[in-house]
Write a protein that binds this ligand. Structure first.
Ligand code: HEC
Length: 193
């Protein structure tokens, strides 16, 4: 519905037509306004919807849970532990447990650089750096064995349960080889590739 009528003002000799906006445009605009009211109420006023950030977190969490359930049916293996170490939500939970001062951080430092216990971010391992070695160190602990040069002092974590051990193992695997400057390798540690 265009006419050749122009609006009254001009600027630098530029004039403007005075056409009515097409209906399809107007209705799209009104529709968007109405939609925004419901959107705002749903996501921000009563909070019944998950915003993209939250929805992403939820999805990650569900994926980690699904994987955990699938894996719980099978025995623990290197492959399973490596898979868990690639789940961001799982590793984040392991990190929180690890960095809790009543758990691992007390002896291995919050960043894993080592204090009383060895640096877990280098490639030198006393008991081996394979996923199953790390899992066993955490689950069963490592007792002193002076005759064979092991200082021991790593407590067992069976009482904390599988969930705890799997999560902290996944976190240790995720920081392995990140080479945080920290405690020098133990004299009896071996290099692992
Ligand atoms: C009371 C102190 C202490 C606490 C708490 C502790 N560790 Fe240790 N950890 C040690 C010591 C000491 C060793 C070294 C034992 C040895 O060399 O015989 C060790 C060894 C290890 C090893 C084997 C390292 C290697 O070189 O083979 C891993 C893996 C490990 N700890 C992970 C953890 C995790 C994960 C936690 C928390 C769930 C934890 N530790 C809690 C003291 C501790």
């Amino acid at each position: 519905m265009s006419t050749n009528a122009t609006r009254s003002h001009t600027f630098d000799g530029i004039e403007e037509f005075d056409n009515r906006l097409p209906n399809w445009w107007l209705w799209t605009f009104y529709g968007a306004c109405i939609f925004s009211v419901f959107y705002w109420i749903h996501f921000h006023t009563i909070g019944t919807g998950a915003l993209p950030g939250e929805a992403y977190q939820l999805e990650q969490r569900e994926a980690a849970l699904r994987l955990e359930q699938q894996l719980a049916a099978n025995p623990v293996t290197d492959e399973m532990l490596l898979k868990l170490a690639q789940e961001p939500a799982f590793v984040a939970e392991g990190k929180a447990l690890f960095q809790d001062m009543t758990h691992c951080a007390l002896c291995h430092r919050a960043d894993g650089g080592g204090l009383v216990g060895p640096n877990l971010t280098d490639d030198m391992w006393v008991y081996g750096g394979r996923p199953m070695d790390i899992y066993t160190s955490i689950l069963k602990g490592r007792a002193a064995d002076p005759a064979n040069g092991y200082m021991g002092g790593m407590p067992e974590h069976t009482s904390k349960g599988m969930q705890f051990v799997l999560r902290t193992t996944a976190y240790v695997l995720s920081i392995k080889h990140s080479n945080v400057p920290g405690k020098a390798p133990e004299p009896n540690a071996k290099r692992e590739q």
